[in-house]
Design a protein around this ligand. Structure first.
Ligand SMILES: Nc1ncnc2c1ncn2[C@@H]1O[C@H](COP(=O)(O)OP(=O)(O)OP(=O)(O)O)[C@@H](O)[C@H]1O
Ligand SMILES: [Mg+2]
Length: 376
């Protein structure tokens, strides 16, 4: 059974900036730095490498240019033991990159080129000849061909995957509200794509932005707080649009999972009509870069291994917790056996603070909602 991770891939170029500040960038100025680090980023790199570290052999499908940056991306992936052979090299194109300006003691600034992520089209995903397993795609809001024309290309990719017998999974990203992606008709795009998606796995802020901007801005400004009722409303709407299951990533509040009746027919009845909230595992947080992508790697690993929903969200949280223990997106990800052993040893959870009246805490550390129809 294959696992494919498709979508956004870029190269981070990070000068080691030890002295001075962003204010020292002036016409004619030269800022001396201490070296340079390259690191791959995006859903394809983070979720792909995390799956590899967990013990899987994911196939990566993305685009780079046929340039030096593309070679660096491939060499980094190879060093991680991930095969980049299915990453398309687009003639004459420049690989998507981000120059990270990270002076000491202040906030970072980025110089970003979307490049080949914007031109990634439906033909970049070729599943022919692969044994259908799990297909994941990340970050359409950062990939122009996937959100223009009401997401017609995104729908085509997912339709082909689902018809080919793949279990399909989709993650989002938060677009800049003023950009073309931020202005795209996300509700209509979702209505078109979600019937082809088994697992829709955005973060809460992303889906609020797409479905309910008043609440999105109210939550951002602190005038509205989050509770289980809000999560039920959003996930119910997404299930009605056709998603098989909805996982909402909630940062330090954990991972919410709601499934519909239909997914039971695809993955077994244990998946039908579920309502779970998996609290985070207690860790010393160093940095949350890659938390979403690596949590998804844990989630997909659990699905690929045929685990129950509660085991899947637990594993997802476990992998996400390992991620936030280090500054880098992937350095903290251990083998599947190590994550499972840590969970079995009684790794402590931190209960969510959002109100969840009527939910039941169970032995396995997962919270079960009043609408949950699992056998327990
Ligand atoms: N403070 C924390 N402690 C433990 N685990 C955490 C913490 N923060 C996040 N996680 C884990 O990471 C998961 C995903 O985090 P988050 O909800 O921030 O994803 P995201 O918004 O998609 O992140 P990203 O910024 O990477 O796109 C959480 O569900 C949880 O499992
Ligand atoms: Mg995310």
């Amino acid at each position: 059974m294959e696992i494919v991770v498709a979508g956004h891939l870029c190269l981070d170029i990070i000068p080691n900036w030890q002295a001075g500040s962003l204010a020292s960038i002036k016409p004619g100025a030269m800022i001396q730095v201490q070296g340079l680090k390259f690191s791959t980023g995006g859903a394809v790199s983070n979720t792909g490498i995390a799956l590899k570290r967990l013990g899987f052999a994911p196939r990566l499908m993305a685009c780079t240019g046929d340039d030096h940056l593309g070679s660096i991306v491939r060499s980094i992936l190879r060093r991680e033991g991930v095969n980049p052979d299915r990453i398309a090299s687009v003639e004459g194109a420049t690989t998507s990159y981000t120059i990270v300006l990270n002076p000491p003691g202040t906030d970072r600034a980025f110089i970003h080129y979307p490049g080949t992520n914007d031109t990634f089209a439906a033909d970049a995903v070729d599943l022919r000849g692969l044994e259908p397993g799990v297909f994941h795609l990340g970050y359409p809001p950062l990939m122009r061909e996937l959100y223009i024309a009401e997401g017609i290309n995104l729908e085509a990719i997912f339709r082909r995957a689902k018809q080919g017998g793949w279990i399909t999974s989709l993650d989002m990203a938060l677009p800049d509200p003023h950009s073309e992606a931020g202005q795209a008709p996300w509700r209509r795009i979702l209505a078109r794509v979600l019937p082809q998606v088994d697992f829709f796995l955005p973060s809460l802020d992303e889906i609020l932005f797409m479905l309910d901007q008043d609440t999105f801005y109210a939550v951002q400004s602190g005038s509205r707080s989050i509770d289980a009722e809000l999560l039920d409303g959003l996930s119910g709407e997404l299930l009605d649009m056709g998603a098989g299951a909805v996982g909402l990533k909630l940062g330090d509040q954990g991972l919410f999972l709601r499934t519909g009746a239909g997914i039971g027919g695809r993955l077994g009845e244990k998946w039908a009509n579920r309502q779970l909230l998996s609290p985070i595992f207690q860790v010393d947080v160093q940095g949350t870069t890659g938390a979403g992508d690596t949590t998804i790697a844990g989630f997909l690993a659990g699905v690929a291994l045929g685990m129950d929903p509660a085991e899947v969200v637990t594993l997802a949280n476990g992998v996400g917790a390992c991620c936030v223990e280090t500054l880098s997106a992937i350095e903290g990800i251990p083998s599947l056996q190590e994550v499972q052993a840590r969970i079995q040893r009684g790794w402590r959870r931190v209960l969510p603070t959002i109100p969840h009246p009527g939910w039941r805490a169970a032995q396995d550390g997962v919270l079960y909602g009043p609408m949950d129809q699992g056998e327990w």
